[in-house]
Design a protein around this ligand. Structure first.
Ligand SMILES: [Zn+2]
Ligand SMILES: [Zn+2]
Length: 217
């Protein structure tokens, strides 16, 4: 009995001391981001569909994203959303948990993992400093980051080409956040909150370090 409680205390101390170290290792580690400043150096973008996502038009999205970034895009085999990511009160899956999991899939030259789901996703937001769960989001990507998640639940249209256009815009928007871009005031820019643009505006391109010369689409 004594040994048991002693070892528990020991574990507790290890936990307390290791936690800050772990947090530092996680936050201090710098991962390469998708970099558009130069010529294609073999960086790979991955599309990761989750089970239930309609992959019929996947190759079209793969081609569109590949052409836009002038980078290789691979499609990974579908994986399941973890039941633990579902939060009943929100009736949605936690986008932050999904991103954390997607980030771990990166390896080698794969610098960006784009998750695709048809399920509703949510993230925690703040209104007048009060937190609330927003389950009306289309996508989420950290700024900067290495993975993002898009749900087509709220952008689905009867017309497949409209859904695809919205999807493409959402992907380019979240990947823009991952590359470090904030929201843009220019309503024609894909980084505007309205997300009605098809491309990064001149100012956003400047922030990404890309010029018209080395970045054609
Ligand atoms: Zn955004
Ligand atoms: Zn912009």
């Amino acid at each position: 009995m004594f040994i048991h409680s002693h070892s528990l205390r020991y574990l507790f101390f290890i936990g307390v001391f290791l936690l800050p170290l772990n947090m530092c290792i996680t936050s201090c580690r710098t991962f390469p981001l998708l970099d558009l400043t130069g010529k294609d150096d073999g960086q790979v973008i991955a599309l990761q569909p989750f089970t239930g996502y309609d992959t019929t038009g996947m190759y079209l999205l793969q081609t569109a994203i590949g052409q836009f970034y002038n980078r290789k895009v691979v499609v990974l085999a579908p994986i399941k959303l973890q039941p633990s990511w579902f939060v009943p009160v929100t009736e949605a899956y936690c986008a932050d948990s999904i991103i954390a999991s997607l980030s771990k899939l990166r390896k080698g030259k794969m610098v960006e993992v784009i998750g695709l789901t048809s399920s509703i996703i949510f993230t925690e937001k703040h209104y007048k400093e009060k937190p609330y769960f927003d389950n009306r989001i289309i996508g989420l990507g950290y700024q900067p980051g290495t993975a993002c998640i898009i749900s087509d639940y709220r952008i689905h249209s009867f017309y497949a080409d409209i859904t695809r256009q919205r999807l493409r815009r959402a992907v380019i928007h979240e990947v823009g956040h991952n590359m470090g871009l904030p929201h843009c005031h220019n309503e024609e820019c894909v980084m505007n909150v309205k997300n009605l643009g098809d491309d990064y505006c001149k100012e956003c391109r400047k922030q990404l370090g890309i010029t018209i010369d080395n970045y054609e689409y």
